[in-house]
Design a binder for this molecule. Structure first.
Ligand SMILES: [Zn+2]
Ligand SMILES: [Zn+2]
Length: 486
C-alpha cells in the first residue's frame, strides 16, 4: 500500500468506549452500538440502560451530563466512576433522540445497541446499487485531469489567469441569479489555476514497482500519457466498436452497436488513439497499458501470461488479450506518477477507496455480487459477497472532556459493506465458489500483492466493528470507504 495511506489514522480498532453508527439509506432506522465498560452501574445494568447512553441530535454520551456532575460534591476528593461522563460528537448526520427504540445489550455484557432515526443534513441519502456506485467512481474526468498535469504549462501566461478569473466571475454571477451554489465547473477551474506553482516541476511519467522501486521506463524515454475510459477497452471492443465509440461518443448501447453504419470508414482498423506505442502509454482506473518497447526490457519478465517485476519477482500485470505487444500493469503494484505525484494518491486520499473501486467495477463487469479474488496464477485468496452495497458509517471513541472544551466531531463516510471469507489451501480446493464449480461467482485475477492488500484492508475494517458484529456464519463482515464524507 502507498505509505501515506490514511486508513490507519482514520479508522480505529474497536475498544473501550468505541461507538459505531450504521445508516442504511434503504431502511428508516440506523443502528447504533456503544461499548459501555462494566464498571459503570455494574450491579443494575438492566434498569440503567436509559441513564447510561444518551443520544442527542449530534452526539452520543455515556454517564451523567457534565453540568450535573459539576454540581455534585466530590466524594473523598475524587469524582467516583459512576458520574464520569464520556461523549462523542457526530457531524453531517442528525439523529432523532425521540426515535430511539429497541435498546438492548447486544452481547449480554457491555455492548449497548439501539435503533435510531438518522438523516443526512445537507442532501438526503439515496440508496445506490453497485451499478450506480461503480459508475460514480469510474469518472473519466480524474483520468483526464491526471494526464493533463503532464502537458499543462508550469507557469501560465498572465492572460490565462485573467481568463480564469473572468470565467469564475461569470459562473459566480450565473449561480447567484440561479440561487444555487458555485457550479462544479468553477471550483474545478479554481483548483486548476491554484495548482499552478512557479517552481519548475519534473514533468516526466515515472512507472515504478511499489515493492522494490524498480524503474520500468526505458532510460531517456519521454513517455506521453493519455487515458482509456475503461480498463477492458482494448479487450472488449472489436475493431468496429472503435468507429462507433468515436462517432457516437460512447453514448449508445453496446448491444446495439451493430446498428451503426461504418460505410466509408476503414472499420477494420483500430483507432490509433486507443493503442499504446513506444512513446505513449494509456492509463485507466485500475491499470496502465504500455507497449513492451517503451519499457526497459531488463526491468520485467514475462512468465506465461504473467508479467513479473525483475527486481522483486512480484506479479505486476498481464499481457493484453489479442495485443501481444501490450502489457496491462496493475496500479496496486505499479505506480504511475507524473513527477512525484502518484495516480492513486492523486485520485483518492485513502487507499481503501481504490480497493472499493476495484470491487465495484469487477461486480459491474461480471454482473455478480459474489467475487473470488485470485492472484494472476489463479490461486483463490478471498471470496467477497456484496450484500449491502451502500452504507454510511461513523465510528470513533467517546471521550471524557471538560465542560467547555471544543471536541472534534466524528465525520460519517459512505462505504460498501460486504461479507468475505479468506481461503487457505484446503478451503480453496474444497469450496465450490473458489474452485470454479459455482458459476454464479465472478472471478477476478489481480497481482498477488493486491490480494494481500485487499485481505489486509478488510480485516482492518472488521476490527473497527463491535466484536458481536464481525461475523455472519462462516463469513466475516467488512467494509471499504468510498469517500471521505457524505
Ligand atoms: Zn454506438
Ligand atoms: Zn519490484
Amino acid at each position: 500500500m502507498p505509505e501515506d495511506s490514511e486508513q490507519s489514522s482514520s479508522l480505529n480498532e474497536w475498544h473501550e468506549r468505541s461507538f459505531f453508527l450504521e445508516v442504511k439509506p434503504r431502511t428508516d432506522l440506523a443502528s447504533l452500538f456503544v461499548d459501555c465498560p462494566p464498571k459503570i452501574s455494574a450491579e443494575n445494568k438492566e434498569n440503567a440502560v436509559i441513564d447510561l447512553v444518551r443520544v442527542s441530535s449530534h452526539s452520543v454520551e455515556i454517564g451523567l451530563p457534565t453540568n450535573l456532575v459539576a454540581n455534585l460534591p466530590a466524594i473523598g476528593g475524587t469524582i467516583p466512576d459512576e458520574v464520569q461522563h464520556f461523549s462523542a460528537k457526530i457531524a453531517d448526520i442528525s439523529l432523532s433522540p425521540a426515535s430511539v427504540c429497541t435498546p438492548k445489550w447486544a452481547d449480554s455484557n457491555r455492548l449497548f445497541m439501539c435503533k435510531v432515526h438518522a438523516e443526512a443534513e445537507n442532501i438526503p441519502l439515496v440508496p445506490k446499487n453497485f451499478h450506480r456506485l461503480a459508475r460514480d467512481m469510474c469518472n473519466a474526468d480524474y483520468l483526464e485531469d491526471f494526464c493533463q498535469m503532464l502537458v499543462e504549462p508550469t507557469t501560465p501566461p498572465p492572460q490565462v489567469q485573467i481568463y480564469y478569473y473572468f470565467l469564475n466571475l461569470k459562473f459566480y454571477l450565473f449561480s447567484f441569479f440561479q440561487g444555487g451554489t458555485l457550479s462544479k465547473g468553477s471550483s474545478k477551474r479554481n483548483r486548476k489555476s491554484a495548482s499552478q506553482s512557479p517552481e519548475k516541476r519534473d514533468k516526466a511519467v515515472h512507472i515504478t514497482c511499489r515493492k522494490c522501486g524498480m524503474k520500468f521506463v526505458q532510460e531517456g524515454n519521454k513517455l506521453a500519457l493519455e487515458y482509456l475510459p475503461t480498463d477492458d477497452w482494448l479487450q472488449t471492443s472489436a475493431s468496429g466498436d472503435f468507429f462507433c465509440r468515436d462517432s457516437c461518443g460512447a453514448k449508445c448501447d453496446p448491444n446495439r452497436h451493430g446498428g451503426h453504419s461504418s460505410k466509408g470508414v476503414e472499420s477494420t482498423k483500430v483507432n490509433p488513439d486507443w493503442v499504446p506505442t513506444e512513446s505513449k502509454t494509456l492509463i485507466s482506473h485500475l491499470t496502465l497499458t504500455v507497449h513492451k518497447q517503451s519499457l526497459n526490457e531488463k526491468s520485467y519478465e514475462l512468465s506465461g501470461q504473467i508479467v513479473v517485476c525483475a527486481g522483486c519477482r512480484s506479479e505486476i500485470g498481464q499481457p493484453v488479450k489479442n495485443y501481444p505487444d501490450l502489457l496491462a500493469l496493475h496500479h496496486a503494484i505499479v505506480s504511475t506518477a507524473i513527477g512525484n505525484k502518484d495516480f492513486i494518491e492523486f485520485r483518492f486520499n485513502d487507499y481503501s477507496m481504490f480497493l472499493a473501486q476495484l470491487i465495484l467495477t469487477s461486480c459491474e463487469n461480471q454482473s455478480s455480487v459474489k467475487l473470488v479474488i485470485r492472484s494472476l496464477d489463479k490461486t483463490p485468496y478471498l471470496l467477497i459477497w456484496l450484500l449491502e452495497s451502500y452504507v454510511v458509517l461513523a465510528t470513533g471513541m467517546l471521550h471524557e472532556k471538560a465542560q467547555n472544551e471544543n471536541e472534534e466531531a466524528v465525520r460519517p463516510f459512505p462505504a460498501i459493506k460486504m461479507l468475505y471469507k479468506v481461503f487457505d489451501a484446503a478451503t480453496a480446493a474444497s469450496d465450490p465458489r473458489a474452485n470454479g464449480e459455482d458459476a454464479s461467482v465472478g472471478l477476478i485475477d489481480v497481482p498477488f500483492g493486491c490480494c494481500l492488500q485487499m485481505t489486509e484492508a478488510l480485516l482492518k475494517s472488521s476490527h473497527c466493528l463491535p466484536p458481536a458484529c464481525r461475523s455472519v456464519g462462516q463469513f466475516y463482515v467488512g467494509f471499504l470507504k468510498i469517500a471521505n464524507s457524505i
